[in-house]
Structure formats: C-alpha cells, structure tokens
Design a protein around this ligand. Structure first.
Ligand code: G3P
Length: 218
C-alpha cells in the first residue's frame, strides 16, 4: 500500500515526506491554482520543485483536452523529471493519449474515474494508474469505496497491471476503507494522513507512562 499526498503545497509535501512514509504526490489544476501558481513556466518549475522533494511518482495533469494537445503537453511534462507521471482525464481523447503514452513508456494516471467501465478502458489503454474519486462519489450519495473494490477485483481477475490509486480521499476513515478494498495507492490530504495517528488510548497511555517515569525519577 503506497501513500501519495494530494496537494501542490510544498510545505505540506515536505512535512509528509519528513514523516518518512511518503511514496509520491498527486496534483491537479485546482490544487495548483490554490497555491497561486500561474502560467505554464511557473507550473513546470513547481512540478520540478516537488520532484526534488519527494523520491517517488509525481502526477502532473495535462490542460489540453484534445489528443494532439494532450500528447504534446504530456511529452513535455514527462521530460521535466523522471518521476513525472502524466495525469490524463478519462475521456475518449484521454484514453487514446494514454495508449500513445504507454507505447512511448511514459507513465500515466487516468483521472476523473467514476465507473468500472471507465477503469476498464484506462487499463486496456495501458494506464500506469487509475484514479477513482472516492469522496466525490460519496458527495452524490454513491459509494466511492465500493467502486475502488470493484476496480481492484476486475484488475485482479483479468491480470491488468494498472495500479488502483484511490483519490478524492477526505478522511483517515476513507484511507482504511480503501486499504480494505485492496487499493494499491491512496492519495490523501495531509490532515487525513495525520488522522491515522490519532487515538485517545495512545495519548492517555503516553501521558501515564511519562507521569509514572516522572514519579520515580524526581
Ligand atoms: O486526486 C483528486 C483529488 O484531488 C480530488 O479531490 O477533494 O477535490 O474531490 P477532491
């Protein structure tokens, strides 16, 4: 089970990386905009900055929506750093672009996936990762974790190499549910990763240990 952080915030990426459990980073145009990063040159510099912090896969999303634009932009992004994974939306042109990238040994993350059928096409096109959006399905009273489990079962049954990257994770609970569903990766906000640590019995147990130590050592 790999942990990616889902942010373009360099401080949060450093904090998660310093914990020693980070395997990669995912970004998207919204997350880049949230950091105030404007213009192609600044975006590309930011991706390289992220790659220089984390020794793992870094997803950088294409902005183009047509096949020619996606392939051109994806090749430029992939050339920025060996850790870049080209993030491509799950559209007809996107699936065609993923097939093209897979023939060029450029790794891809098929994003905005909300159904097993979309995940099937991504795998058949040779995507490195597929990103089912867990939280956004839950938002519309559907079941995001159930989708993760269905994709894992389908890929296992047919022996697809595509890794299931659970995205749109909103909580520590989501992470554990995705682990139980067999996801290969969860990409999470820093708060959800830190949420895994929280347990009142850990806090009260540590307080008791320290108080007992203090009592006999003072
Ligand atoms: O990786 C996709 C993710 O960033 C979407 O998350 O919370 O905007 O649904 P969210």
């Amino acid at each position: 089970m790999k942990f990616f952080i889902d942010t373009a915030n360099l401080e949060q990426i450093k904090e998660a990386n310093d914990m020693g459990v980070l395997d990669g980073v995912t970004t998207n145009p919204t997350l880049m905009a949230r950091e105030g990063i404007k213009g192609e040159e600044n975006c590309r510099k930011h991706y390289v900055d992220i790659c220089n912090i984390v020794n793992g896969d870094v997803s950088a999303e294409v902005i183009a929506t047509d096949y020619e634009g996606m392939t051109r932009e994806g090749e430029e992004l992939a050339a920025l750093h060996q850790n870049i994974v080209v993030k491509v939306p799950c559209t007809a042109d996107g699936i065609k672009a993923i097939k093209y990238f897979s023939g060029k040994n450029i790794r891809t993350n098929c994003t905005l996936v909300f159904s097993p059928g979309q995940a099937l096409l991504a795998a058949k096109a040779g995507a490195t990762y597929v990103s089912p959006f867990v939280g956004r399905l839950d938002d519309i009273s559907s079941d995001g974790v159930e989708l993760v489990g269905k994709i894992v079962d389908m890929y296992t049954f047919y022996g697809f190499d595509t890794r299931v990257l659970a995205a749109s994770i909103r909580s520590a609970q989501h992470i554990i549910q995705c682990v139980e569903a067999g996801a290969d990766v969860a990409t999470c906000p820093l708060a959800a990763i830190k949420g895994l640590l929280k347990h009142p019995l850990t806090d009260s147990g540590l307080a008791t240990f320290l108080a007992d130590h203090q009592q006999v050592n003072s």
